[in-house]
Design a protein around this ligand. Sequence first.
Ligand SMILES: Cc1cc2nc3c(=O)[nH]c(=O)nc-3n(C[C@H](O)[C@H](O)[C@H](O)COP(=O)(O)OP(=O)(O)OC[C@H]3O[C@@H](n4cnc5c(N)ncnc54)[C@H](O)[C@@H]3O)c2cc1C
Length: 407
Amino acid sequence: MPIQTRRAIVIGGSIGGLFAAALLRRAGWDTHVYERVGVDLSGRGAGIVTHPEMVEALKAAGANPGDDLGVFIQDRRTLDRHGNVIEEYHCPQTATSWNRLLQMLRDSFPADHYHRGKELVAIETTQEIAVARFADGSSAEAELIVGADGFRSTVRNQFLPDVKPIYAGYVAWRGLVEESALPPIAHRDLFPYFAFCLPPGEQMLGYPVAGPNDDLRPGHRRYNFVWYRPADEDSTLQRLLTDETGHIHSVSIPPPLIARSTIAEMLSESERVLAPQFQELVRVTEQPFLQPIYDLESPRMAFPRIALVGDAAFVARPHVGGGVAKAAQDAMTLVRALTVEADLDAALRRFEAERIAVGRRIVDRARRLGSYMRTRFNTAEERALAERHQTPEAVMSETALLNFLRE
Ligand SMILES: Cc1cc2nc3c(=O)[nH]c(=O)nc-3n(C[C@H](O)[C@H](O)[C@H](O)COP(=O)(O)OP(=O)(O)OC[C@H]3O[C@@H](n4cnc5c(N)ncnc54)[C@H](O)[C@@H]3O)c2cc1C
C-alpha cells in the first residue's frame, strides 16, 4: 500500500499527541487526533525548560520555534534560609511555557483533523485494522493508533492493566506569578535566575517564563516555581487532597478546590523554611496548585497496531524536566521507525526497542535526583544516595538537564 494512504489515529491532543500527529502527517500519514477534553487545553501547564532534543522535534514537526522560544537564563543560584547566595552555577538555558509549546504545535496541525470532546473507551484490533471506540458511541479506524493519553492512559490500561503510577512520597506546590506583581526583593534576587532553596528534605526552585500571550517583554513575563515537600501517603497527602467540603480527591485536586486551611498552612511553612525571597514569591501567588509526584514505568510501548508515547508510557519525576522532550523524541523515533521499516510490526518493535531503554533511564535518573525528598530513610544506602544529590552543587548541575542521555 502506498505510504500516502496510511491512516493513523492519535489518542490525546496535548503536547505528546500533537508532536506525534504533526510528525506522522509530515511523513505522509493521514492523521487524526482525538482529545477527551471538549475545550481548549491552554492554561493547564506552567513553565517548561527547553532542551536541544525538544527544539529538534519542534522543527521536524513544522512548528518553527524561531529565536524567541522563551526567556533566556544564564545562571543558576542557590539561596540559604536567610536569603544569602551560597552557590552559583553558569548554565545557559531557555525556559518557555506549556501554553506556548501547545500553541506552536496546534498551529502546525490542521484544525479539522483535531477532534475535541472524544473520549476513547476501548480499542479493537484485527490483522488489518485498529478501531478506536469513543464514549459518545462513535468510532474511527486506522492502521495505527498512538496512545498519547497521559499518565492515566486508557490505551495503556487496556493493554497493560497492571501498570499503575506509584506515588513518590512527596508533592510539589507550583505557582506562576506576574513579573509586575513580584515584590522588589524577589524580582532582584530571583527573576533573572534559575534559583533554588534547599531546606532539609525539600526543594524550592523557580525560573522566569513568558507572560500571558507569550509576552517576552521585560515587565510582562512571569516567574514559575515548584516547591517539593515530603507528604506521607496515608495521612498528609490525604489531608492535602481534601477540599473545603471534606471530599478527598484521588490523584490530584483542582486548584480552586484546595482547602483554605491547606493554603494557610503552606504559607506559614514557607515562612518557616524558605529564603525570604521565595517566601515573598509564595505569598503573592494567587492560585497555587498542588501536584503529587508519581513514577510510572511501562514494560512495553508497542502492541500490534498500537504505540504508546509520552506520559502514557513513562512518567519521570519533574527533576529532569524532560517530559516534553521525552514525548517529542518518542514521536520522532516512532515516525523514523515507520519510515525505515515497511512492515508495521517491525517498525513498532524497532521503536519500542529504542525508546523503552530511554524511558527507564529518565525515570531512574529522576528518582535518584528526588531521593532526598523524604523525612525518613530505611537503609544506609538510601541515605547515601540522598546525600549525594542534595548539595547545592549537585542540584544545580543535575536539575532540568538531559546531558546524561548524551553521555
Ligand atoms: C511539576 C511538573 C513540572 C514539569 N516540568 C516540566 C519541564 O520543565 N519540562 C518538561 O519537558 N516537562 C515537564 N513536565 C512534564 C510534562 O508536562 C509532560 O511530560 C508532557 O506534557 C507530555 O505529556 P503528554 O502529552 O504525554 O500527556 P498529557 O499532557 O497528560 O496529555 C494527555 C492528553 O490525553 C487526553 N486524554 C486522556 N485520556 C483520554 C482518552 N481516554 N481519550 C482521549 N483523550 C484522552 C488528556 O485530556 C490530555 O489532553 C512537568 C510536569 C510536572 C508535574
